[in-house]
Design a protein. Structure first.
Length: 279
């Protein structure tokens, strides 16, 4: 049994399309948990009326991604689920998506499996996993190195975003839940998966399970779309800021080996502070 946990806040049209794609899955042994964190656009009413099969948990608008996801995970634990799949509502799952995820989960029962990200507009792969090398503080993207004929099956990574991440339920007994106090919105998924990787759990990108995404819909895209001082500030310090310096600092301090921390912090700050201006 797979419990699919989807935290939502407004954006009803995304949630509707995502749930419709899940209804078409060839693999049927799953339940959907939507954590509606105070939506005001009719999401709650839509879920109750159009998706009675969905388990809905309501928040007060202050959960953000991490706490909302944790509520769904706790429900999965209570119901004795075998796997948790964390999923964003701005994704579309092809009909055989869960089938392909479960197939590889059977081959690698202790592994965490991420999904290959596909741009829904262009059909091109946009994210296929990466490996972090603390010595250089660089993220090596697999899509830059794998030949087209190699982009199948599983490929090992060091961390993965929660936008389509299949986690065996027993992993939470060892790693714990996502850290909602230190990483309330961004970096919680990287923190969790890197911690699992450090504890010996295998982590892969599943190239056989593509997931359609909307890169333009990311929380930080608005900060980059129109470059102003306010958006620059939000980019670096806001809860939805893709370059949030506090989150990055906490991630480095928690996971980077001590001898590489000074360089990782200096290099990371430089990239975040000046990257907004250059890109």
């Amino acid at each position: 049994m797979i419990y699919i946990v989807i935290p939502v806040f407004n954006r009803k049209h995304f949630t509707q399309a995502c749930l419709d794609s899940l209804r078409k899955q060839t693999y049927k042994d799953f339940k959907v948990v939507v954590v509606d964190d105070g939506s005001s656009d009719g999401t709650g009413e839509m879920l109750a009326h159009d998706y009675p099969e969905v388990i809905t948990i309501k928040g007060d608008g202050n959960l953000w991604w991490t706490a909302a996801t944790n509520l769904g995970i706790k429900k999965a634990q209570e119901d004795k689920a075998d796997y948790v799949l964390t999923l964003n509502n701005d994704t579309l799952a092809p009909e055989n998506y869960l089938e392909k995820m479960y197939y590889w989960a059977q081959q690698k029962p202790n592994a965490l499996l991420g999904s290959l990200g596909i741009d829904s507009d262009t059909g091109k792969a946009v994210y296929g996993g990466e490996n972090l090398d603390w010595r250089t503080n660089k993220y090596y993207h697999l899509l830059n190195t794998l030949k087209p004929e190699q982009q199948v099956g599983l490929h090992a990574v060091t961390h993965y975003p929660g936008r389509g991440l299949l986690i065996p339920i027993h992993v939470f007994d060892t790693v714990g839940l996502f850290d909602e106090k230190v990483f309330p919105h961004y970096f919680a998924d990287y923190d969790f998966t890197y911690a699992a990787y450090a504890k010996g759990f295998e982590l892969y990108c599943n190239y056989d399970a593509p997931l359609m995404t909307y890169p333009e819909a990311s929380g930080d895209h608005a900060n980059r779309r129109k470059k102003t001082l306010k958006n620059y500030y939000n980019h670096l310090f806001g809860m939805r800021g893709g370059a949030n310096l506090k989150d990055y600092t906490n991630f480095v301090m928690r996971h980077c080996p001590n001898k590489y921390k000074p360089f990782a912090l200096a290099d990371g700050y430089f990239r975040r502070i000046f990257g907004y201006i250059i890109k």
